[in-house]
Design a binder for this molecule. Sequence first.
Ligand code: SP5
Ligand code: ZN
Length: 339
Amino acid sequence: MKIEVYFSVYHTLHNPPFELSRGKQQEYFENSQRLKNILKILEQDPEVFEIHPNFSTNVPDIKEVHSEKLLKFYAEISKYLSDDDYHIPDTFAVPKISLLPEDITKRSGYFCFDSATPITRRTFSASLNAASTVVKAARKILTDKNKIVYAAVRPPGHHAGKDYFGGYCYLNNSALGAHVLSKKGRVAILDIDYHHGNGTQEIFYDSDRVFFVSLHANPAYAFPYFWGYPEEIGEGPGEGWNLNIVLEDDADNRAYLQKLGYALDAISKKDIDYLIISLGVDTLFSDPVGGMMLTEHIFEEMGREISKLKLPTLIVQEGGYDLTQVGKCVLNFLTGFLG
Ligand code: SP5
Ligand code: ZN
């Protein structure tokens, strides 16, 4: 059995010089070397990984997931910025109000919720290319349900909401993929990134077509802080279709697998047709952004356990910032998934 890998070639266009986190200037953790390292490892086994570069930035139905104002803002700030420039919002709308300031460098604070997500001239292009790659990969699942497809993309997506961005994410890749699949059946999104996928949660919060299940570090002390609590269960028709499972930072392989078991149980109790995995490997002990204690071998077991759901599956890359281990963790996960 093979795994088809779709990758967003234009990801290198998004490479901000630094981020502001914890009030300090730091290296940009979500850099292009991450994806290069993942691909370098997968390319070594062409028998298993069939790699398809995606050059498109076309994302049909993008307006069904993201607001027109957000997309217009991205288009305008892309034109405003020159080649080597970068933009970090500095004034934020709290609470969210309905008027947008004219000044483009202040309008960003209406859509953005953190200071670690800079925008450059080509950020929107790179994000559209990532989103387009995931939509292509999702369509592949529709035409061939036996396929396992992995979307090797960046920037990541799970923190981006309908009308906002943050956490290194601009467009919600997994949500756009889920949107495509949800037209043909019920979808579960299993988010195993270290951080809560607040954007994905928000996009499907009132929907019973997409079951969002996230395993993540306790937001009482971990990013994104304001979302990810077990009380958030969905609303309206979506009540019972959102499941947050919280882990502590001392979580080791055993604790993690136990909670993953709860997540898989919950998914198998619903009538699901397609699975999307938001695959973050920032749960690794050595990750410079995440704080858990997992070792690289556990990713293989995670893949194996999830594959037992026996669903047509699209795996989408989210976080993972230990440059020396990110490729190995992804490889282990995919190998385990293949069985
Ligand atoms: C997709 C994803 O994983 N986004 C995560 C965004 C986390 N942003 C907060 C970054 C804080 C970085 N702090 C680094 C501490 C250095 N020891
Ligand atoms: Zn993360």
